[in-house]
Design a protein around this ligand. Structure first.
Ligand code: FPP
Length: 235
């Protein structure tokens, strides 16, 4: 039996606390988180995961101090600038789930370029949830359905789960098999609420920068083991 999940979703929590614990800034924690994220991307290709969705910035995160928000918005620019050639070599496809229009101009440009460049790649899909909120995602879906209904492009009879999913940011992707959250908190935090209705939930105590490749592999392998409970999955 293949024990590797097709779609892994990850809430990368604990960067700020990790920085503080070391007398560093929260942004330095996010930098360390980006390094951990690179390891998780590597592990996902090695293990044969097909889709990795990473919660990189929620709509709630705009409320953080300006410096931190600016830093978080600069990360995709530096990251894609540096990593795109490698992603092309490794056949990795980048997707974004979230309100791209609400991003600063340079960040928007960087993520659009990453999506465009990797569009035809057929390997691991790395789907960044950026400026993402599950409630906003559902609302914008309803809004666009109403617009299409006005144009007679969809009718009430057509509306079902399958058609609804076509209006979500994650259109075309299968639901996650497992949602992992690092950093010790046992909450969903407005992440993939529609898509994770059948997903296994896995809460890990390690702060995200300490979430090693080994812990990640253990979590995704254990998810197929029906004998354990979700609380024990990375145990
Ligand atoms: C939550 O930790 C984490 C974030 C808000 C950002 C996560 C982003 C990355 C790991 C890198 C993203 C990189 C790219 C290229 C998109 P927190 O700061 O809320 O942790 P805390 O609970 O300790 O405060």
């Amino acid at each position: 039996m293949n024990t590797i999940p097709t779609h892994v979703a990850l809430i990368m929590d604990g960067n700020g606390r990790w920085g503080k614990k070391r007398g560093l800034t929260r942004s330095e924690g996010h930098y360390a988180g980006t390094k951990a994220m690179e390891e998780i991307i590597d592990a996902s290709t090695e293990q044969g995961v097909k889709i990795l969705t990473l919660y990189a910035f929620s709509t709630e995160n705009w409320k953080r101090p300006k410096d931190e928000v600016n830093y978080l918005m600069s990360l995709p620019i530096k990251f894609f600038n540096q990593k795109l050639p490698e992603f092309m070599r490794r056949n990795i496809k980048i997707l974004i789930s979230g309100d791209i229009e609400g991003l600063p101009k340079k960040t928007k440009k960087a993520v659009e370029k990453a999506m465009e460049k990797t569009r035809n790649n057929t390997g691991l899909i790395v789907n960044f949830a950026l400026n993402y909120s599950s409630r906003s995602e559902i609302l914008q879906a309803i809004y666009r359905i109403l617009i299409d209904a006005k144009k007679n492009e969809i009718s009430m009879d057509d509306l079902n789960e399958e058609t609804f999913e076509k209006y979500l940011y994650t259109r075309g992707l299968p639901d996650p098999d497992i949602v992992i959250r690092t950093g010790g908190e046992k909450r969903v935090s407005n992440f993939l609420m529609w898509q994770s209705s059948e997903s296994r939930l896995c809460f890990v105590d390690e702060l995200f920068p300490d979430f090693s490749k080994e812990l990640y592999i253990k979590a995704i392998k254990d998810q197929a083991d029906d004998a354990i409970t979700w609380e024990e999955c990375a145990g």
